[in-house]
Structure formats: C-alpha cells, structure tokens
Design a protein around this ligand. Structure first.
Ligand code: AMP
Length: 285
C-alpha cells in the first residue's frame, strides 16, 4: 500500500479527480498531526464511507490564541506518515502555511450560536480559525464525506452548521471518542502531562460519567455540575473553565435530561488544557 504525498492544492485536486475517474468515493480526515489511535479511528471509519481516504495534516495557526501552544504543539511528520501507511490511508495532504494563507488573505468564516459559550468563551477567535480552515480544506478537496471526532464536540457542531449554511456539498460524519483503558480521551496534548498529572487526568471523564448517570436517573443539572466542579478543583484541576450540560444538537443549556444531552468540560491540569464530553441519555420513563 502506498501513501501519496500531496504538497499542494493542485496535487490534492488531481488526486481526487483520479479517484472519481476510477469510480471511487473520497473521504477527507482533517488533522493537525501528532497522530494517535483517535485519528486512526477516523481513518478506519472513513473507509466504511469511501474507497479512498485522504488525511490532511496542517497545524492551523489561526485557531491558536496568542498565548496558546502553537509553537510547542507536537509535530512529527515522519512518524505520522508511518502511522498513516499502517492505517491504510491513501494520501496525505500537507499544505504549507504560506499556501493556506498567502499574503493578502482576508476572509474569515464565523459561525454564530454554536460557536458561542463553552470553549468559544475561553478561546476568542478559535472557532473562526477552525471554521475558516475547514471550509478551505472541504472546498480544496471536495470529498464526498469528511470525518471529525466527537472529542471536539463543539467543533463538530460548528462544522456541521457551517457546511449546511454554506451549501458545501460534503457529508459531515462524527466519530465517537477513542479513550485509553482508564477512560482518558486520547489527545495530542496528553503528551504535555507529567506522570502525576497523567494519573489524575481520567478523573475528568469519571466525573462526567457519574453526573450523566444521575441526570438520566432524573436529577437536575445545577447541583450536580456544582459538585462536579468542586470535585475537579479539589483534585487539582485549576481552573475548571466550564462543566456544563447542553442540548446535544443545539448546545443550548439544559437543566434536565428530558432530551438527548451532552456533558462538556474544559479544565487545566498544570499547564495543560484538557477537554472532554460524553452523551447523556434522556430520563428513562
Ligand atoms: P486534531 O489533530 O486534534 O485537530 O484532531 C483531528 C481530528 O481528530 C478532529 O476531528 C478530532 O476531533 C479528532 N480526534 C482527536 N482526538 C480524538 C479521539 N480521542 N477520538 C476520536 N477522534 C479524535
């Protein structure tokens, strides 16, 4: 199995054209590299939707804030390529920053509503950066389908909304979060954790699971979220930026699990910002 390396938009478009000429459907998996089993799961689900899978690797500067980790974000292209060959991807798109944002670049895609609150409140401009780069990637490749992880649940909702609103003819597919055996969601940023922090990190999902169960049993969200926040703070998460219960589709706040919901959290452990989320089943009646 060979992995085609596509350094430019022209090469990407030629590759997609050849796939189509052969009668194959095309899937795109956008990533920022530092690939782990979560990314590879997106590749494997992509295979169910299309004969050909393209992975893009682009650490997008416009989605990082001025005090965020753009410069120290882990980059290891050689290792990523080896993993993609193993996972059976067909091609990798590796655009340069200059190609994505040439001098004079002036367009930003902003998505109101679902971009606001949660991570949007703590990372100004982040979702505009994400929506802009994903709009570009979708329009550059024009795949049949593009896959995104539920790990970044608000991002998934922003991208769904953006693709719908802009009539981008690409099916957006969400893929459930891949976790370590102890529950910690796989993330490229887990590499920043010290051994002691790594031990503590699964508490994030443990708190979510406990609250989810009690919401589904009929309890109200307010006291559960307050107690969960206190538990995380006592365990050394500082600050807990948010712990919220939202409508799974619209991301509007929910007090009771009277419809499909989502619990979402963002908290720092030392210098590392961790996010996670899980579905909440409606109250069984
Ligand atoms: P990133 O490289 O962090 O931008 O992630 C690229 C894609 O992989 C995004 O759609 C993420 O939501 C997805 N992803 C990241 N971590 C996981 C995970 N643990 N499980 C499933 N998908 C993930």
């Amino acid at each position: 199995m060979t992995l085609a390396s596509l350094p430019t938009v022209e090469a990407l478009r030629a590759f997609v054209r050849d796939c189509r000429a052969a009668g194959d459907k095309v899937a795109l998996v956008p990533t920022m590299g530092a690939l782990h089993a979560g990314h590879l799961q997106l590749v494997s689900v992509a295979r169910r939707h299309a004969q050909r899978v393209i992975v893009s690797i682009f650490v997008n500067p416009t989605q990082f804030g001025p005090n965020e980790d753009f410069t120290r974000y882990p980059r290891d292209t050689e290792r990523d390529l080896a993993r993609l060959i193993e996972a059976g991807a067909d091609a990798v798109f590796l655009p340069s920053v200059e190609a994505m944002y040439p001098a004079g670049f002036s367009t930003t895609v902003t998505v109101a509503g679902v971009s606001e609150g949660l991570c949007g409140a703590f990372r100004p401009g982040h979702f505009a950066g994400v929506a802009t780069v994903v709009a570009k990637l979708l329009l550059q490749a024009l795949p049949d389908v593009a896959l995104f992880g539920e790990k970044d649940y608000q991002q998934l909702k922003v991208i769904e909304r953006m693709a719908r609103d802009l009539d981008i003819p690409v099916a957006i597919v969400g893929v459930p979060t891949v976790r370590e055996a102890d529950g910690l969601a796989l993330s490229s940023r887990n590499a920043y954790l010290t051994p002691a922090e790594r031990q503590e990190a699964p508490r994030l999902v443990a708190v979510l699971r406990n609250i989810a169960e009690r919401l589904t049993a009929g309890e109200g969200a307010g006291p559960l979220l307050a107690a969960g926040t206190a538990e995380l703070a006592a365990a050394g998460f500082a600050p807990v930026q948010y712990l919220e219960f939202r409508n799974a589709e619209t991301l509007a706040p929910l007090e009771r699990a009277d419809r499909p919901g989502r619990l979402l959290v963002a908290a720092y452990l030392g210098r590392t910002r961790l996010i996670d989320n899980i579905p909440v089943e409606p109250i069984r009646s």
